[in-house]
Design a binder for this molecule. Structure first.
Ligand SMILES: *[C@@H]1O[C@H](CO)[C@@H](O)[C@H](O)[C@H]1NC(C)=O
Length: 247
């Protein structure tokens, strides 16, 4: 029963990502058209579509808290201590985020009344933010490990020497350590696109709660753009599982 339920909601992941991409594409278009007086009708339609997407996603997300608890149970078994800690914490924070999200949904449809919407909304953003931070910590950890491994490869050392001899001005003028670091980072990302995509996705997502929590105010355009990019990456990783970071 629980399994079937979890399977159903994980299949709905694809739908959620398409809805999310639409939601942020609308937000971005509304921002770009904000000064266009002739397009007032279109802007109103886009705003309503954006709100509908957001409300629809909240309904489909009802089962996600159970999903995240299952995910937390799985990540608790990981043998790598850092991965285990980061991902379990991320999943617990995500569960709390979904609970807030469900409460907000229930209030939106009038099932419950006497709750402070603003406070629950802030809490929801806070848990989401923490979950993202944990995910980003995981990305940085995985990336540094991959870079350390790569730096030891003989083939990499040869390419590095070649890179430096082809760009002698870099080795002399610009800080050589920084150049070496960036070269190593670039080579590592190129051969592990899944890590790069996940990092980019998490960084893009970060702008949304940062703005909501008032930690860093970006424009509605930036939030719309970053949300759209991260949703598109989400769709790509769903259709191309090799580009999805594991575990
Ligand atoms: C954190 O990463 C996990 C596993 O990759 C993912 O399921 C989850 O959605 C991510 N959390 C957020 C807030 O994006």
């Amino acid at each position: 029963m629980v399994d079937a339920f979890i399977k159903l909601t994980s299949q709905s992941q694809g739908r959620d990502r398409v809805f999310r991409a639409t939601q942020y594409a609308c937000a971005l278009s509304v921002y770009l058209l904000r000064n266009n007086t002739e397009r007032k009708d279109l802007v109103a339609k886009l705003k309503s579509l954006e709100n509908n997407m957001s409300a629809g996603r909240k309904l489909f997300r009802l089962g996600n808290a159970a999903n995240s608890i299952e995910a937390a149970k799985r990540t608790m078994q990981l043998s790598d201590r850092v991965l285990c800690l980061c991902l379990t914490a991320a999943n617990i924070n995500r569960t709390l985020y979904f609970i807030c999200d469900n409460v907000l949904w229930a209030r939106g449809v009038g099932l419950i009344r006497n709750i402070d919407k603003e406070r629950w909304s802030l809490n929801s953003s806070r848990w989401y933010f923490l979950s993202l931070l944990m995910n980003l910590t995981r990305d940085v950890y995985v990336l540094t490990q991959l870079m350390a491994r790569r730096a030891k490869e003989r083939r990499f050392k040869q390419r590095m020497d070649q890179h430096l001899s082809e760009n002698p001005e870099v080795a002399e003028v610009v800080i050589p350590q920084l150049d070496a670091f960036l070269f190593l980072l670039w080579e590592t990302l190129k051969s592990n696109p899944a890590v790069g995509l996940d990092t980019l996705k998490n960084v893009c997502d970060l702008f949304i709660p940062l703005d909501k929590l008032g930690i860093y105010h970006s424009s509605a355009g930036v939030v719309g753009f970053c949300g759209l990019v991260s949703s598109l990456i989400g769709i790509v990783t769903l259709t191309h599982p090799t580009l999805r970071i594991k575990p």
